[in-house]
Design a protein around this ligand. Sequence first.
Ligand code: NDP
Length: 330
Amino acid sequence: NREWHLVSRPVGWPKTEDFALVEAEVPTPGEGQILVRNKYLSVDPYMRGRMSAAKSYADPYELGKVMQGGAVGEVVESNAEGIAVGDHVLHFFGWREYAALDARHAVKVDADAAPLSTYLGVLGMTGLTAYAGLLRTAAFKEGDAVFVSGAAGAVGSQVGQIARLKGASRVIGSAGSDEKVKLLVEEYGFDAAFNYKNGPVAEQLKQAAPDGVDVYFDNVGGEHLEAAIGRLNRGGRIAVCGMISVYNDTEPAPGPRNLARLIQTRGRIEGFLVGDHYDLQPQFVQEVGPWVASGELKYRETVVEGIENNLEAFFGVLRGDNIGKMIVKL
Ligand code: NDP
């Protein structure tokens, strides 16, 4: 049973030496617990925040202890009612091969209904993030022009497609490679997309959104946020989901210089956390599940194999190696 420990708190970009892959005993499940052999592990940008000591919405990872994260696995021992050996469960004890946990911290998932990895992505946490952030926080309505950054990633690719399927007047995305931009337009049905590394975001957004944007779904922050405020239409809404462009900064980044435009536009900017929106989970699965099954909503996963590559997969998310959800397959 191998598991990843955080051994020192990264400063700036995390380094391999900040982590250790440790050999540990397979844990013994206690009363009311199950033993799970993990099959798929999630690596997500928010984990960078938990590697720092600063208190945030999730507690910092403890030094010298195994890290946590979303995972799907097979139950190999059960001392809990309602969960049997052979069941598959979604839980929060990732970054390890085996986990013993209280059954109440596990959610059963159906391996026949959808590929197991999708419970971490398109039908899981990142999917719900897209759904809740777009429909609830940004109060998307038919006819809105929507701009999403990080658009080829797990959350962003779903935001753009949900907006399209729900009648957006225009869907615009930005991503960090020409290959990703091509995918957005040719496969995901975005009306326009640009590579933010090819020139100033404000200029590229102006071209892509000649009539402005009504909704900006922010995954990136920084220059993207300022550019979106600059193109915001009257009554526009900005949902702040994440700001990955600053996660490895050691100094606070300068704020958008044009916030006063929110007055002129009567614009609204609001942050949200997916954890507050799990009441939408049944509605999300009911509405998005069939789109995924029919192929109207497409998704990609970038799958890295082996627990020994879990860390590299995480670094890959920060670098932009992934298209769609980054998954580690054990
Ligand atoms: P992604 O699958 O989008 O992966 C992260 C992507 O960010 C990379 O692929 C990379 O793509 C892009 N990126 C990295 N650095 C930069 C940069 N400097 N500027 C612009 N883009 C960059 O991850 P997720 O879909 O899981 O998460 C997307 C965002 O949503 C993150 O900010 C995350 O923190 C946030 N989030 C928030 C939640 C909430 O409850 N509020 C819940 C889940 C996620 P590229 O090649 O395009 O640069």
